[in-house]
Design a protein. Structure first.
Length: 58
């Protein structure tokens, strides 16, 4: 198998429910997107805070 997505698709073909793959992709993909957006916002806030404290101390 090339990756976990192909494994999931293969298993769903075996149980004769390949349509579930698209629902899995939509739900898992959207959850991952929300997680990454939240993480990126936290990293950005931290970087902005770091840069403003460095500018104030200089």
């Amino acid at each position: 198998m090339t990756n976990s997505r192909m494994l999931a698709l293969f298993v769903l073909f075996l149980v004769r429910q390949p349509v579930w793959y698209f629902w899995l992709e939509l739900s898992a993909g959207n959850l991952l997107l929300v997680y990454l957006i939240i993480r990126q916002e936290r990293i950005s806030r931290s970087l902005i805070r770091f840069l403003t404290t460095q500018k104030d101390s200089a």
